[in-house]
Design a protein around this ligand. Structure first.
Ligand code: GCU
Length: 682
């Protein structure tokens, strides 16, 4: 049948590696999952579907261990066979959601055991085991132990109740509020299953620009229906809480967080939610940002606002994810400094069940940003990462941009908060400051498109987010390799070709949009194409000229002492590096410095020439990707081949548009010719 991408990375077609297939068929004789919880049944169903498909033969479900070669999955509680392995010590180490996959023997028979403390651990282990087969690994001597490094791994859907998706490029919202609660679309289950396969255990259903209506009884019963559908897959539901809800749906006159009536309203609301959904995850809040109501309306701090909600959900073990994406309406000297200035003084003032959710960079999901200075700056508070999976500023639904290298760059960045090695990943997983509460959020790129993500390669970003949330120390390359093998093909030539495309793609986008540290120079409001010339908007910090500051003398935002001094928000070794253009990594150069057009960069070229050549190089890489993809014709299925080919044509056209428009604009200041090698605008 037509390959529309619906099956994501869970394709389970018969393996075409003959040698491996033979080994697997010999090694695997049956599936034995004791226990009948919905989650264990889901694990059993997955193993059955996966193994039947991959091995191209029916692998029987068995109840007794009669032959060698069984896949035995369960918890010590559910399964006497798992209990008989006496692996409690090892199990203790993997915690609530972790698992072990072991080649071992039970009653003298060779088996593969998938063991965990909880049913969801067994489910995660089952997906891992299937992944080993999908990627044709040796399964004869397995001794795998895996557990998540962050506790809450959540998607943030920016979905509105009318089913539009803010910054969504893959159709409409999956949540069909009209037909809920009575009709449960199979797609909800497929969605939960896909998330479970990569360890995502939470989903915020609604937009951060929130609508209080979702907190009314009418909607809560619909939310409950979704939560019930997701639960077997270990996926908890969260909602965004509109700060002014007590006024809008509660009939109160105020939403002041210190008002006892307001506090009581939220406590009652939380009890109501938990009466429907006993394992409700908690609230995500955008407050006092871009017009959203918040505690500042009542001259209260973010901590006072967050704590009020935290107290409401605490008796039910809920959490609050309070966003640090704030910047005020008055045009400040530097928007990049605001979140830090507002939140750092609140360190230590939040309740134990509050996480502060920080975007990876200080502006807003730009194609590239240096890491947010809040990471490392609030040791008393668990800070969680917010990545954007949807490509708002990275070509949206039509550009191929594999984002894991960008996320990896941020996670690996050293904050120096506690000396060398204090990476952002260690802040996020809680290890740097000994927080047991930890989390990572990804703004979802998922919608009603048949292939879920609009671009076939958007699936890789969903996949990579889940894998990195589970383990922020994985490399973007190994994640790409897994995904390609599972999604397209195990053939070496296909894997290496697609891998090269993916690993070069983010840098290509940066080059044709915002090279050398440029940022926020995109089209007004829609954020798709170029718009370096945007000025005269009612907020200076929503224009482009505010960020690039190009004039006849040069280009770039001076964030050193002679400028906004945003560099002072970093710890000294980083501050020193970012203060000096000679030491600043070139990729962040114009983020921190305003430099003359003739400034000599690392290559020995002038800044102007380098800038122009970077734009050209972005275009060139896209063309290289096209050639690589074209050579795969016949090696990937025709539907997805054509789809990606067409999108690459759009990407090439857009890359040229970005290059031509941006360079022509900057040339009005630089007054220099385009260097050799840069194509003349058409
Ligand atoms: C960006 C995006 C908005 C979104 C905001 C946020 O500014 O353009 O659509 O609401 O981020 O993260 O809150």
């Amino acid at each position: 049948y037509a390959e529309d991408g619906y099956r994501l990375w869970l394709r389970y077609d018969q393996l075409n590696d003959a040698a491996r297939l033979k080994d697997y068929r010999k090694a695997i004789s049956g599936i034995l999952v004791d226990g009948d919880s919905p989650t264990l049944l889901a694990a059993e169903k997955e193993l059955k579907m996966g193994l039947d498909g991959l091995l191209g033969k029916a692998v029987p479900l068995t109840e007794k261990l009669t032959r060698k070669g069984a896949i035995v999955a369960g918890t010590p509680e559910s399964s006497p066979l798992i209990r008989s392995l006496n692996i409690n010590d090892k199990l203790q180490e993997v915690g609530e959601e972790g698992y072990l996959i072991l080649s071992t023997t039970i009653n003298g028979k060779k088996v593969t055991a998938i063991a965990a403390n909880t049913a969801v651990g067994v489910l995660y282990g089952s997906f891992h085991f299937l992944r080993l087969l999908q990627t044709t690994q040796d399964i004869s001597r397995l001794s795998i132990s895996s557990s998540p490094k962050t506790e809450h791994r959540v998607l943030n859907h920016w979905d509105n109740l009318d089913r539009t998706v803010e910054r969504g490029y893959a159709g409409f919202s999956l949540w069909d509020w009209h037909k809920l609660p009575d009709y449960i679309d199979q797609r909800y289950i497929d969605y939960a299953r896909a998330n479970a396969s990569i360890g995502i255990n939470g989903t915020v259903l609604t937009n951060v620009n929130a609508n209080a209506l979702v907190l009314t009884e009418e909607y809560l019963i619909k939310v409950k229906a979704l939560a019930d559908a997701f639960r077997p897959y270990g996926l908890k539901v969260y909602l965004t809480a509109r700060f002014s809800a007590p006024i809008e749906i509660g009939g109160l006159k105020t939403a002041d967080p210190v008002d006892p009536q307001v506090q009581q309203w939220w406590k009652d609301k939380a009890s109501e939610i938990y009466s429907h959904i006993p394992d409700f995850g908690g609230f995500l809040v955008k407050a006092d940002s871009e017009g959203q109501p918040g505690p500042h309306n009542y001259k209260r701090t973010h901590a006072e606002g967050a704590n009020m909600l935290a107290d409401a959900v605490a008796p039910h073990k809920g959490i609050v994810m309070w966003r640090a994406f704030v910047y005020s309406h008055e045009a400040p000297d530097d928007r990049a400094k605001q979140a830090y200035n507002e939140f750092k003084p609140l360190d230590g003032k939040f309740r134990d069940n509050v996480l502060v959710q920080v975007k990876n960079g200080a502006i807003d999901f730009q194609p590239r940003e240096p890491f947010h200075p809040l990471f490392g700056a609030m040791p008393e508070t668990p800070l969680m990462m917010e990545f954007q999976i949807t490509q708002e500023y990275l070509g949206q639904g039509t550009h191929l941009a594999y984002l894991a290298p960008m996320w990896e760059e941020v996670l690996d960045a050293d904050t120096y908060a506690k000396g060398k090695g204090s990476t952002v990943a260690k802040v996020v997983d809680g290890s740097l400051d000994n927080h047991s509460l930890s989390a990572m959020a990804g703004v979802a790129n998922i919608g009603t498109d048949r292939n879920w993500t609009g671009h076939q390669f958007g699936q890789a970003n969903w996949y990579a987010f889940g894998r990195l949330a589970w383990n922020p120390y994985l490399s973007s390359e190994e994640i790409a390799e897994e995904w390609i093998k599972m999604t397209f093909s195990n053939k070496e030539e296909v894997v290496s070709a697609i891998k090269t495309m993916m690993l070069n793609s983010h840098e290509a986008v940066v080059n044709y949009m915002t090279p050398l540290g440029l940022h926020h120079i995109m089209g007004w409001s829609h954020h798709y194409g170029p718009g370096a010339w945007i000025k005269d908007k009612h907020r200076a910090d929503w224009t482009s000229v505010y960020y690039h500051k190009a004039d006849e003398n040069g280009v770039g935002f001076d964030r050193t002492k002679t400028g906004s001094n945003a560099v002072a928000q970093y710890f000294p070794p980083v501050e020193e590096e970012f203060s000096n253009p000679e030491k600043t990594p070139e990729k962040y150069l114009l983020w921190f410095h305003h430099l003359p057009w003739d400034y000599k960069v690392e290559s020995g070229r002038t800044l102007w020439d380098e800038l122009a050549l970077r734009y050209q190089s972005g275009v060139d890489t896209v063309r290289q990707m096209q050639r690589t993809w074209d050579a795969l014709e016949g090696k990937v299925d025709p539907e997805r081949f054509r789809h990606v080919k067409t999108f690459l044509e759009i990407q090439e056209k857009d890359a040229e548009w970005w290059r031509d428009a941006t360079l022509l604009y900057f040339q009005t200041f630089s007054k220099r010719p385009l260097p050799e090698g840069v194509e003349k605008p058409t």
